[in-house]
Design a protein. Structure first.
Length: 149
């Protein structure tokens, strides 16, 4: 596990469906879904095609701070479009760089035009922590002579 590991490795460890929103649902309904599913962002699909990404940050900055009403504002009005996407072959390092450069916390993972999942900054941090623990364990085993080879 390294920064060069592919996002596919992280996706394969995630369980459950990818929760989504539709562009013409209200922001309130999308926020309800986020709260219910305990996620911070939803890919937005129109006819099965990824058209945007909606995050809690979008809500805070584009609805609350502008005095808009979440029950009257549509997802299409505030979603990030076009959404930032990566392929399953993208590396952890590439995703971290993309998130940092664009100041986002979620990336849609697509392949052949199909949504495969969502990667969050939390997913990447957890991957790195697990990787560091594994490296420390391997080094400790090597130093103590318990390392095979």
């Amino acid at each position: 596990m390294e920064l060069q590991d592919s996002i596919q490795q992280i996706l394969s460890g995630k369980t459950g469906p990818v929760w989504t929103a539709e562009p013409y649902m209200t922001v309130y309904d999308a926020l309800e879904r986020m709260a219910e599913k305990e996620v911070g962002a939803l890919p937005v699909l129109a006819g099965g095609v990824l058209v945007g990404m909606l995050s809690e940050r979008d809500y805070a900055r584009k609805v609350i701070l502008r005095g808009r009403a979440s029950r009257e504002t549509l997802v299409a009005d505030i979603m990030m479009t076009p959404p930032l996407t990566v392929t399953p072959q993208a590396t952890v390092d590439e995703c971290m760089r993309l998130m940092t450069d664009h100041r986002v916390r979620h990336l849609a993972v697509t392949e052949d035009g199909q949504l495969k999942g969502v990667i969050s900054i939390g997913d990447l941090v957890n991957w790195m922590i697990h990787s560091q623990r594994q490296t420390i364990r391997h080094l400790s085993e090597y130093i103590s002579g318990a390392y095979p080879g």
